[in-house]
Design a protein around this ligand. Sequence first.
Ligand SMILES: Cc1cc2nc3c(=O)[nH]c(=O)nc-3n(C[C@H](O)[C@H](O)[C@H](O)COP(=O)(O)OP(=O)(O)OC[C@H]3O[C@@H](n4cnc5c(N)ncnc54)[C@H](O)[C@@H]3O)c2cc1C
Length: 416
Amino acid sequence: MSEPKLLTPKVAIIGAGPAGLSAAKKLAGRSGGEVLVVDREKEAGGIPRHADHLGYGIRDRKRFMSGPAYARALVAEARNAGATIMTRTMVTGWADDKTLVATTPHGRVLIRPEVFCFATGARERPRTARMIPGTRPDGILTTGQLQNRVHLNHDAVGTKAVVVGAELVSWSAVMTLAESGCRTIALVSEYDKPESYGLFTGPGQLWFRTRVTRNAKVVRIHGKERVSGVEIEHTTSGSREIIECDTVVFTGSWIPDNELLRMAGVTLDPASRSPVVDAVGATSKPGIFAVGNLNHPVETADVVALEGENVADRILEHLRGTSSPMEAVAITVDDPIAWISPSTYTPRGPRPARGRFVAWVDRLITRPIVTVRQGGRVVASKRLWWPAAPGRAFRIPSSLLQNVDPTGGDVRISIG
Ligand SMILES: Cc1cc2nc3c(=O)[nH]c(=O)nc-3n(C[C@H](O)[C@H](O)[C@H](O)COP(=O)(O)OP(=O)(O)OC[C@H]3O[C@@H](n4cnc5c(N)ncnc54)[C@H](O)[C@@H]3O)c2cc1C
């Protein structure tokens, strides 16, 4: 077997989604060497490539674009800026602590850059990881698998579907099902209020002639060769119901694609399983940065793209040797906040992208009061005018932490 080829770019970006491509666009031509972006898919662009509906580009491009158009624009900009994009290149592990191993259609390659930037995104938990009993028939998908099948491979799915979850991504699945001629009988949500915005839930139910069944969870899947129904339990009454369908789509319940960072010994947040990063994406290992939904599963693509540009600035500082270590404090959170990103804060350092922390909550609070404490002292407390809702990113302004003492120890954030 021939020796794997060694690639030595200045910066290697793993993942050509909105985060990786936006970082590449800003780094190319400025980093003093090659900026190489690798992706396992046959085309660059990440999730938007197959999320074929409007809703992309609002904050970063001030436009309302479809996912594929948005992906094409990001790819073109990164290429025009001079980045090299290698697709069908799956990073599988580490040869040593400075070298990644990847498989390509032409054989294995080794990638040894000065800086690594991981932008591998997040994926939905499949049925197997959700411990749902029953048979293993055809017709069980995640949104990602569904959209790949319908938008990229143009395959049929089924005729009657149940969507598990009622967040924004769940409605994206309903839209894709409708396009492929499959009717959604119901969206099943474990929460008492659907996770998505009322703007989607009300009209969505009418438009797609479907219903959102709240306070319910899927307890069994029925069917031999093909799904014949899902059994749900209404959690308030304990009663059960079988909904007949031939397709089940599991949506949301995100897992960050953290495998390569875990292998590198990067510190992970125990709640989100994302890398612990500072405001601009530096992980616990010098020279390894992380950005996008890998850090917070999940945010929208425009926010992630702006983070990509933010991490690029920090990588440039790192390459020029102008970044200096500063005192950082750890951030911990109280229930119902499940996790926060970034989970460290540098009082005299840069702010997180867009001056916001991203958090995830397990319970709806319509007008949350966010309180920041340090060593028992209340640093700030403010009522926000947007809700903290399960199934979507809850954004906390970083200005609430501006009076944190760099030497005062951990910061605790709670909402009520
Ligand atoms: C169904 C759906 C609908 C959505 N709708 C919207 C919307 O309307 N508007 C909006 O703003 N956002 C939307 N989003 C969210 C948006 O798509 C994401 O926020 C965005 O794609 C995240 O970008 P990312 O770069 O972090 O990750 P991704 O887009 O997931 O990109 C990660 C890339 O890393 C690659 N990769 C992972 N591991 C490896 C490896 N080991 N080797 C090589 N490559 C690897 C993957 O192939 C992928 O291309 C939607 C998401 C979904 C799932």
